[in-house]
Design a binder for this molecule. Structure first.
Ligand SMILES: Cc1cc2nc3c(=O)[nH]c(=O)nc-3n(C[C@H](O)[C@H](O)[C@H](O)COP(=O)(O)O)c2cc1C
Length: 397
């Protein structure tokens, strides 16, 4: 067993900066604390939002009072501060998808509740996720919340609650195990990043002393940066493509073509990073991209709305307003496509690998399903490759 001391003993004790090895062991100690995993939801007027959270605990029985630490940057923080109410949906071991949905994107850029089944709590009006195993409704205890630096430690009195189904709760430890099981690749990358793999980067000794809360928030931050990088690269690609179609000088065209090749590599890198965290099924690659498109279009819409409200020139304000409306149209298209796929009502359609005829495998088909091409008669099997449905030639039957 390894031990670590971060402070000298005795009355004159003062903190000692932990060494890299001590940091490792301290991190292990922090990981060994047990936490339950929940989604905390709140509201602001008619708007709802929620986030994954592992810092909810009961602190007193009379009154039944809970505490939860919420980062001040989070939209959920803003909503709780505003409405003074919240709901906690306790997650089961089979709710990893909800951790991903609510823990790695902010409600500022995406509607995390879209496509998720929920009811509104009778006491607080906050969303309670039907997939969870239990729920609590709570109201902030006036004047008791604590400013804890990056986070606010909210103290709230429980005003309602109940069980949703009989299943085991997910702990933070379960979450890490499940996550590592389903993304062993991602785990390897994370270990290297945190200096546990070969080679350390400067500053790692310090970062290893930080606990799991910083870990998962920096995972979230990393993901947001990758999405921003991806949008940048998509933008660059489109920009150069537009100019290639218009430049008349062949030298300029070939310079832009060369640049576009590297921008294409950057898109692959960023998408590759995001794809590592996917569950493998035939829709996962498309869903990831459609969700990123949705997030992008929502940001574009909000940006144009803001520009329209700021424009001094009425003509410009009109132009931005109309662009915002058109972006809202795109938002609707992506929302519909996503809910069609997530709701299982979108059929899987692929081209016959031999003659190119379009084949319909129906809704929610199992990988391995075989079908005869209605045009050329070959047997085509349904496969999944890199998160996409693929048609495989099986023979002539
Ligand atoms: C497993 C897990 C546990 C988390 N626990 C907390 C937590 O206790 N407090 C917190 O502020 N953020 C926590 N987060 C991070 C938030 O869920 C995340 O930053 C979220 O995107 C905030 O969303 P919002 O801006 O829509 O409120 C956790 C994330 C994960 C993946």
């Amino acid at each position: 067993m390894s031990t670590v001391s971060t402070a000298r003993q005795g009355p004159s004790s003062s903190p000692v900066a932990p060494t890299a090895a001590a940091g490792d062991s301290l991190k292990g100690a922090l990981y060994s604390l047990s936490y339950g995993l929940v989604v905390v939801t709140s509201r602001k007027n008619d708007r709802f939002n929620g986030q994954a959270c592992n810092t909810v605990m009961q602190i007193t029985s009379e009154p039944v009072r809970i505490a939860l630490a919420i980062n001040k940057r989070n939209l959920t923080h803003e909503f709780i501060n505003e409405s003074k109410v919240l709901a906690v949906t306790v997650l089961g071991k089979d709710n990893l998808d909800l951790v991903r949905r609510f823990g790695f994107a902010s409600g500022r850029t995406t509607d995390k509740l879209a496509g998720v089944e929920y009811t509104l709590g009778t006491e607080t009006g906050c969303p309670i996720l039907k997939q969870g195993i239990a729920f609590l409704e709570a109201r902030l205890a006036p004047g008791l919340s604590v400013d804890a630096g990056t986070h606010t430690l909210f103290l709230a009195d429980v005003v309602g609650g109940g069980t949703l189904r009989d299943s085991e709760p997910m702990t933070y430890h379960d979450y890490r195990e499940l996550k590592n099981k389903s993304h062993s690749q991602m785990h390897a990358a994370e270990e290297q990043d945190s200096g546990q793999g070969q080679g350390q980067r400067p500053g790692d000794a310090q970062s290893q002393t930080q606990g799991q809360s910083e870990d998962r928030e920096s995972e979230d931050h990393d993901r947001q940066n990758v999405i921003a990088a991806l949008n940048l690269e998509y933008g660059a690609n489109r920009r150069y493509q537009y100019q290639i179609e218009r430049f008349t000088d062949p030298g300029l065209v070939s310079a832009l073509r060369g640049i576009m090749l590297t921008e294409g590599d950057h898109i692959e890198n960023n998408l590759g990073y995001l794809t590592r965290s996917l569950d493998e099924n035939g829709w996962s690659w498309a869903l990831l991209n459609l969700k990123l498109n949705l997030e992008f279009e929502e940001t574009a819409r909000d940006t144009y709305r803001k520009f329209a409200s700021e424009a001094k020139d009425p003509e410009l304000a009109k132009m931005f307003k109309s662009q915002a409306q058109s972006e809202q149209g795109h938002v609707n298209i992506f929302r519909e496509l996503i809910s069609e796929i997530e709701g299982g009502s979108r059929p899987v359609r692929l081209y016959c690998p031999l003659c190119g005829w379009e084949m319909d495998f129906g809704t929610s088909p199992e990988p391995g399903t075989k079908m005869r091409c209605p045009k050329c008669g070959v047997i085509v099997g349904l496969g999944v490759e890199d998160g996409q449905w693929v048609a495989e030639l099986e023979g002539r039957g």
